[in-house]
Design a protein around this ligand. Structure first.
Ligand code: BES
Ligand code: MN
Ligand code: ZN
Length: 488
């Protein structure tokens, strides 16, 4: 769903008295001016809240809610603890709190005392998300007014975070959508619609991929009624430097294929296109904020189904690179898709660096749970820059190893490699498999996002469901490392 309407207005004491929705106000040991005004109207209720023992226990960004306060029209005042020295994380946390409580009635955020409210607006926009399920249309979220002393400056300062939040919502919508609706072709046409943002979008069909020799990718999709698609999105905001390539796994549904998955929980496999969704969301964000960088996003869209035409365990397929793969387990399909898309990306764009995102292994969930994505890289500087960017935006990530010793687990008697490496270190052998499709000297990073893509409970910045993890970290990485080097 699109962003809740967020408006910027001048701080106005009259509006505090008249507002009928929710109000967010700020205090530390003392009430800020807007909170003081609310306190006078509410006959000292806010001052009592700040003097209470509960207040002392609050961390920055946490708050107390006063419901239906006497003397005010508002249905609630959310009094949030915010020291002058608050970090961006604290402000984001406060925004998440306001976004989580937001309902149809809307909210007024009395933000005049906050020096840099953008992270708060970011947290609010990220959290104020509802997926429009077909059975039951969600109640619209009421309008939000951010009141400050210089609304034009605040609006300008918040524009980039709102653009990125909208892109996060786009990525979440794709992940939340069931697989009967978001087929490969529907996915491709939603990406074609990104042309309106200024992206160049090209779709390669099965015949085109066949001509390129992408038998690894095509073998995964051959059991499905939905044709496989390769979508290439280009943002040319830089000069003539080589682009960053973002590559996404887009398995619209993963039954496992002939190596079929158990029934319990299989419905979660609607999220197996999460990597592709995050690539698409990042491309939208870069276009929306007119990033001064060259970035190309490539997603392989397939459906992994059991069928009379489906690939079998034991099949040997030839990848676009030319290496042959013995398919031991048809449920290790993501790496087959990525092998060809990674190779295509390098052959066509000679990228300065390649980053792939994939809900690749259950093993990464065993290793890191749902708090952090696995980061595999052949380039320390790239990995470090990404970990820093992810940390700054509050998206969890943790470096994992690569190494020759793990690579041996992929040895096959029948082909150049097997598509599985046995029980041990499943996420690492999957990454090793991908690395075989990275050219010598190309900086590359693989993000295994199986644990952080879909949540059964509310997560840090999102309600239950898709998180959109990675859009903000990648956007921040592009800003920090790939933007405006040759002055585009
Ligand atoms: N899409 C799955 C990985 C996954 C599991 C994502 C759980 C999200 C939640 C992937 O295609 C897969 O099935 N991987 C197998 C690999 C195995 C057969 C080597 C796995 O992790 O079990
Ligand atoms: Mn699978
Ligand atoms: Zn999969």
């Amino acid at each position: 769903m699109t962003l809740a309407a967020i408006d910027f207005a001048a701080a106005d004491p009259e509006a505090l008295a008249a507002h009928e929705g929710r109000i967010a106000a700020f205090a530390d040991d003392k009430l800020d001016p807007a909170a003081r005004r609310l306190d006078r109207l509410a006959k000292g209720a806010l001052a009592r809240a700040v003097a209470s023992p509960a207040w002392e226990k609050l961390k920055p960004g946490e708050g107390i809610e006063l419901a239906f306060p006497a003397g005010l029209k508002a249905r609630a005042v959310h009094l949030i603890r915010m020291p002058r020295t608050a970090a961006p994380d604290d402000l984001r946390k406060a925004g998440v709190l306001i976004g989580a409580a937001l309902g149809e009635e809307g909210a007024l955020v009395a933000a005049a005392s906050l020096r840099k409210p953008a992270p708060l607006v970011e947290g609010l926009a990220l959290r104020a998300y509802r997926f429009a399920h077909r059975a039951e249309a969600p109640k619209p979220l009421g309008p939000v007014t951010i009141a400050s002393n210089d609304p034009d400056a605040t609006r300008e300062a918040c524009a980039p975070v709102l653009a990125v939040a909208e892109a996060v919502h786009f990525a979440r919508d794709l992940v939340n959508e069931p697989a009967n609706i978001l087929t490969t072709t529907e996915f491709a046409s939603r990406l074609e619609a990104l042309r309106k943002t200024g992206l160049e979008v090209e779709v390669l069909d099965e015949a085109a991929m066949e001509r390129l020799g992408m038998r690894a990718l095509l073998a995964v999709g051959q059991g499905s009624e939905s044709p496989s698609q390769l979508v290439v999105m280009r943002w040319h905001g830089g000069g003539d430097e080589a682009p960053l390539a973002l590559v996404g796994k887009g398995v619209v549904f993963d039954t496992g294929g002939i190596s079929i998955k158990p029934a319990a929980g299989m419905e979660d496999m609607i999220m197996d296109m999460g990597g592709a969704a995050v690539v698409a969301g990042t491309m939208q964000a870069l276009a929306a904020r007119k990033a001064k960088a060259n970035v190309v996003g490539l997603v392989g869209l397939v459906e992994n189904m059991p069928d009379g035409r489906a690939q079998r365990p034991g099949d040997v397929v030839r990848s676009m690179k030319g290496d042959t793969i013995e398919v031991i387990n048809t449920d290790a399909e993501g790496r087959l898709v990525l092998a060809d898309v990674l190779w295509y990306a390098q052959e066509n764009f000679q990228p300065a660096a390649v980053i792939d995102l994939a809900t690749l292994t259950g093993a990464i969930i065993i290793a890191l749970g749902d708090k952090k994505a696995g980061v595999f890289a052949n380039d320390d500087a790239l990995a470090d820059a990404f970990l820093k960017a992810a940390g700054a935006v509050g998206e969890g990530a943790w470096r994992m190893p690569l190494g020759e010793a793990y690579d041996k687990q992929l040895k096959s008697r029948m082909a150049d490699m097997k598509n599985v490496g046995g029980r041990m270190a499943g996420s690492v052998t999957a990454a090793q498999f991908l690395q075989r499709f990275i050219k010598e000297g190309t900086p590359w990073m693989h993000l295994d996002i199986a644990g952080v893509t879909l949540y059964s409970k509310d997560s840090d910045h999102a309600p239950k469901g898709a998180s959109g993890w990675g859009v903000r970290a990648l956007d921040a990485l592009v800003a920090a490392r790939f933007e405006n080097k040759s002055g585009g």
